[in-house]
Design a protein around this ligand. Structure first.
Ligand SMILES: CC(C)(COP(=O)(O)OP(=O)(O)OC[C@H]1O[C@@H](n2cnc3c(N)ncnc32)[C@H](O)[C@@H]1OP(=O)(O)O)[C@@H](O)C(=O)NCCC(=O)NCCS
Length: 143
């Protein structure tokens, strides 16, 4: 039996994505459990105020969204990544790493990338070469 063809994924920085496809990827990745996926208006605001949205889309007729990285940058110093999510159907194919690589390529060498990982993804970020920050601080949102 011939080997299955590798899955082809297109990475791009997009001006925006539809709220519904963003919501779907959050849910399908599992990250929806800790994102406001039941509040379309809040998701829309999150997207509208993000100036870094990197997408991973399948090479199919619809360009199905299977992964997204969302963040905010000043384009000159740092970028805070708020979401990185890959749909379960596309996990383990290098898509998460591909989204990070595309974000780094788009942002360039003078911009650092900073994020807060969920405990389950710490190993992924270490594998991707991100450094642990022992001196990071935050104020938790209340809702
Ligand atoms: C974490 C996540 C983004 C990783 O994306 P992915 O496309 O499955 O990961 P990749 O295929 O790019 O993996 C790259 C490497 O990291 C490893 N890896 C992937 N997920 C890992 C994890 N949770 N822990 C440790 N290593 C992991 C892979 O085995 C692979 O290693 P290899 O280079 O030796 O083959 C994805 O699993 C996801 O969306 N999870 C749910 C949401 C989430 O936790 N997001 C992060 C929020 S901070």
């Amino acid at each position: 039996m011939p080997a299955a063809a590798p899955v082809k994924i297109h990475y791009a920085r997009e001006a925006g994505v539809e709220v519904e496809e963003f919501r779907r990827v959050l849910v399908e990745s599992g990250l929806g459990a800790i994102r406001p996926v039941g509040d379309a208006a809040r998701l829309a605001t999150m997207l509208a105020n993000s100036n870094v949205i990197v997408t991973a889309r399948r090479d199919d007729a619809q360009g199905t969204l299977v992964g997204v990285l969302r963040g905010m940058t000043d384009q000159a110093w740092c970028c805070y990544v708020s979401d990185l999510a890959v749909a379960t159907s596309a996990q383990g194919l290098g898509v998460g790493q591909g989204l990070l690589a595309e974000a780094r390529r788009q942002l360039g060498p003078q911009v650092s990338i900073i994020l807060v990982s969920v405990p389950e993804a710490v190993g992924f970020y270490r594998r991707a070469g991100l450094e642990d920050l022992p001196n990071a601080f935050w104020i938790r949102r209340m809702r």
